[in-house]
Write a protein that binds this ligand. Structure first.
Ligand SMILES: [Zn+2]
Length: 417
């Protein structure tokens, strides 16, 4: 049997335990253990508690002691519940054109937009694509992101979507981070498909989704409901099929125009993501539902658009997670903590609301109940920050990096990747 490990002492350990899934949160509701330690065996937490009490219970022949010195505190590993980190190429030209005042249409006519990434992604083979994904995942992991949702959606035909999902699976075996894949074949109708939106969705619903089930490549289906992509009516038939096959649903909703959040609630989606355009009706509908709102401040920063109305969603009783939307087009930064802390300043979010949105509430969007909280029985996924005060993490707006990251009980180092 592997030795258990005791790590500590931490001046503060934030458990993120005992918080409601929905509604606003005050910082006073955060459970903080002072002078704490974490006792782990294999990939799970055996106990969190006072370091000296834990140390008095263990024997050194059964336990590896990982002693920490100086300022330090522990938080659960971050969970990024919305990314597109499996891709080829770059869209730097789009970024420059947008900032020079060019329209979406002008950029698309110049060969930019999602279709550009589709073309560049299709050129890569599975191994190259998996290598790109692994590299991005490892960068996230070193910054404390231990679980990463990754979408397909740059393949946009049967074989290319399967290639992407297989590449994500391959990358998952190469990185210590956990990658949770989502099928986003309904990202846009591919330009080389000769038929209507409805015909494209019917085809992928009848052929691609069953194959994904057979190969167990994903149990999540996403769709982009937007004027430039698919209408609510077109997506409803597709979601019926996905539900029938047992997929969880998530939606790119209300980014530029409304409609998506209503479909998300109707289909009991795990999450409705974006919501920058949501108005009072959409906010109220989401707040009353079990669908978690996901704010993507990286996309607002990348496009120069409004932020998700996170404050209103929470105040009306909704649940909020925060994700990076890391993608080559609208959100190339991929720095989750920088983005979350900027969202907090503009939307006036408490530290507790942001940290819950990066941990326990983000876990719920992915239907994961084994992470996001530091307590007995949970996965030993945590980061150690060089400070004695948890408020410093967001205060530094992403500049304060973890000094150690642990994933499933293993300390992540550059060589362990
Ligand atoms: Zn997205």
């Amino acid at each position: 049997m592997n030795k258990q490990k005791l790590i500590g002492p931490f001046h503060q350990l934030l458990t993120l335990d005992k918080l409601p899934l929905k509604g606003p949160l005050k910082d006073e509701s955060l459970e903080i253990i002072q002078e704490a330690g974490i006792l782990i065996r294999d990939d799970k937490i055996l106990e969190v508690g006072n370091f000296e009490e834990l140390r008095s219970k263990i024997t050194l022949d059964q336990t590896e002691l990982h002693l920490l010195e100086g300022d330090c505190m522990a938080v659960p590993g971050w969970i990024d519940c919305h990314t597109h980190i499996c891709f080829g190429g770059t869209r730097a030209r789009d970024f420059a054109m947008r900032n020079a005042g060019k329209s979406y249409l002008e950029i698309a006519e110049a060969g930019g937009g999602i279709w550009d990434t589709v073309t560049q992604t299709r050129k890569l083979d599975l191994i190259q694509l998996a290598a790109n994904t692994t590299k991005n995942a490892n960068q996230h992991l070193m910054e404390g992101v231990t679980t990463i949702e990754v979408k397909s959606g740059y393949g946009l035909n049967h074989e290319e979507e399967l290639k992407m999902l297989r590449a994500i699976k391959e990358a998952n075996s190469k990185t210590l981070a956990d990658l949770i894949s989502t099928c986003l074949a309904a990202h846009m109708k591919p330009r080389d498909f000769e038929g209507t939106n409805a015909e494209y969705l019917k085809l992928i619903g009848e052929t691609l989704l069953p194959q994904i089930k057979i190969e167990q490549l994903s149990n999540r289906v996403d769709a982009f409901i937007e004027k430039s992509a698919f209408s609510s009516e077109e997506i409803e038939a597709y979601f019926e099929k996905a539900k029938e096959l047992g997929f969880d649903i998530t939606v790119h909703a209300d980014q530029f125009t409304t409609g998506g959040s209503e479909v998300a609630v109707k289909f009991k989606a795990k999450s409705a993501d974006h919501l920058e355009a949501s108005g009072e009706n959409e906010i109220s509908l989401l707040a009353q539902s079990d669908t978690i709102a996901v704010a993507l401040p990286g996309a607002s920063l990348g496009l120069g658009c409004d932020f998700t109305p996170a404050r209103k969603l929470l105040d009306q009783g909704g649940s909020l997670a925060i994700a990076s939307d890391w993608n080559p087009g609208s959100a190339p930064m991929g720095d989750l903590i920088t983005q979350a802390s900027i969202l907090a300043t503009f939307q006036k979010l408490s530290t507790a609301e942001v940290l819950a949105g990066l941990t326990v509430r983000a876990a719920a969007t992915l239907n994961l109940s084994d992470r996001g909280i530091l307590k007995q029985g949970m996965l030993a996924d945590f980061s150690i920050f060089p400070t004695n005060n948890y408020q410093e993490i967001l205060y530094h707006q992403g500049k304060l990096k973890p000094v150690q990251v642990w994933k499933r009980g293993v300390r992540v180092t550059a060589s362990a990747k």
